[in-house]
Design a protein around this ligand. Structure first.
Ligand code: 8X3
Length: 252
């Protein structure tokens, strides 16, 4: 019997990460959920196992290189890595943005992705058919006012994806970048505005149907489950009501 392929998902405690874990498990992967919040990933792993699929949880901070290296020793071979951990802090203009926010966003979005990808690349290569997914953002492809450090960090992640693809061509590993636009998840905007739910709600005000975490998980799962010679380099996904980062149709 062939071994069940393994998929590691970072930032699996909520939102797109959690939805991707559920969908990849349903697609036949044994999913390894990582995030800092142990309780959440353990509960999600239990839910996935109860549904008859396979999941384990591993508490991990992707910015802690030592911990990431230790985590990676568990994998001789790995089919899929989904670099989802990251997020935004603040929406201040460049003139007044806090350098500490910029640093933290670079650390989680870019260095976190770098850490986990570097640590697991040998196992992905060893599998003979590995897939690295980098969840960037439309903020990684074009800027917008108040995007600040988030836009800068997501551009960094986009460049990481493009460069890695160039460098490892010829190895049995593909690099897929998924760049979502407006996605309404339970935490993204609330975290960005440090718990200010009013400001967070304004992001989605009057937008008929922003993307959901499941919509993005669906695109990730589709891209990952294409035959191995097919590389979805970059998949941009937005709600119909959003034509560009700043051009959004609102009914109110
Ligand atoms: C999220 C998209 O528009 O909030 O990555 O930057 S946006």
């Amino acid at each position: 019997m062939a071994a069940v392929p393994i998929a590691v998902i970072t930032g699996a405690s909520s939102g797109i990460g959690a939805a991707t874990a559920r969908q990849l498990a349903a697609a036949g992967y044994r999913v390894v959920l990582t995030a800092r919040r142990k309780d959440r990933i353990e509960a999600l792993a239990a839910e996935i196992n109860e549904a008859g699929h396979q999941a384990t949880a591993y508490t991990l901070d992707v910015t802690d290189r030592h911990a990431v290296d230790e985590f990676a020793t568990a994998f001789r071979t790995l089919a899929v890595l989904v670099n989802n951990a990251g997020g935004a802090l603040g929406a201040d203009p460049v003139a007044t943005g806090d350098p500490a926010d910029w640093r933290q966003m670079y650390e989680t979005n870019v260095i976190g992705t770098l850490n986990v990808t570097q640590a697991l690349l040998p196992a992905l290569t060893e599998s003979g058919d590995g897939t690295v997914v980098i969840l960037s953002s439309t903020a990684g492809l074009a800027t917008y006012e108040g995007g600040g450090g988030y836009v800068a960090a997501k551009h960094g992640e986009h460049v990481l994806a493009e460069t890695l693809r160039l460098e490892i061509v010829g190895t049995p590993v593909r690099v897929i970048e998924v760049a979502p636009g407006m996605v309404k998840t339970e935490e993204f905007a609330t975290t960005r505005f440090r718990g200010d739910t009013e400001k967070a709600a304004k992001v989605y005000a009057g937008v008929e149907a922003p993307l959901t975490a499941d919509d993005v998980a669906d695109t990730i799962t589709w891209a990952v489950t294409r035959p191995s010679h097919v590389n979805i380099d970059l998949l941009v996904v937005r709600p119909r009501a959003q034509a560009s980062n700043a051009k959004v149709h609102r009914t109110t």
